[in-house]
Design a protein around this ligand. Sequence first.
Ligand code: FEO
Length: 375
Amino acid sequence: MSEKICDKIYWIGVNNPEGRDFHGVSTPRGGSYNSYLVKGFKNVLIDLCNVPFFDKFILSLKEVVDLKKIDYVIINHAEPDHVGAIEKIMKLLKNAKIICTKKCKEFLLDCYDLDCEFELSEEFKLDKFSFHIFPMVHWPETMMTLYDDKILFSSDLFGTEVSHENLYALKMKNFSKLTLDYYSIVMRPVYINVGKAIDFVKGLKLDYLLPSHGPIYTKKDYLKIVKYYDKLTNNPEEKKAVIVYSSIWHGTEKIAHLIKKNLKGNVILYNLTESNFVEVMGQCLTASVLIFGSITMNNNYFFLFDSLFNLLKLNHQEGKKVYTFGTYGWVPSGINKMNEKLTEFLEYKVIDSLEVKFKVKDDTVVKKFCKKIKI
Ligand code: FEO
């Protein structure tokens, strides 16, 4: 189903309320892959869709335009969620040329058999459109398209992986937690480039901000998502502790729960083996203090922590404050090894540690440890 946004501009997207995973992010409210049509002197389609949504997409498009009358397809980003069905779609758009960056053209031709003409956004001029190339705002070929200086097709930037309960963000129930999850895995690894793109958008006065994922924004509310992205990029921490633990025989788990009970303020607790790692990555990004607890197993900390640490490396938060705790049976090596990893690999600052043989019998030792933790 298509939807008119304003004079000449239509949403031709795909809503996918059933989607439950995106880039390793759990998506309890589904996902969406927006594309847009600008009708006018030239009919211009902006971004496409992935293969499973081809039929739905073409039906929506036909509601508002004769496929033979589409002149250009602007591809802001070559990732399959936006172009996976490009071969099938371009066969139907017989008179359309693709506009994209030079790198995007290379990627598209690497991945798909396309028999159509290209115009490069580095040099091509089209009516009221302007192309703003920001590499690595997710991939190396990414750009944003601005129409009439006031409608921005921002691609992945300012997106949220959520289906549209309403096309307009203003009419959706709060989804900021989902924005954080999406931002963490898609944007944070390239936050320096993301920051440059955000600065560009801060200099615009927009009527509409139209990302490729999630609901759309009007001039009334677009600065809210810009500010949230800006905060996550430049100043993500808030007063919050995130405890992440692993446990087999509940000794480390007991300490984790005692720490949560004895700390005041916003404290979030994750059992590593039961948690979505990308969600934990986002919560760690926005926390002022991290507290990691592990068993000692095979003379080391629990092996799944290495997957989490690889994700946390992408948060780029050297100097982050971290406390560690854990249990051991005969050799107290797990927490030492974890402290080494946190210091050398993540370049975090380990403030203090608590390590207990088998299990805590007297809670006082944990209470004493908690007194040292400053959120
Ligand atoms: Fe929505 Fe980077 O793809």
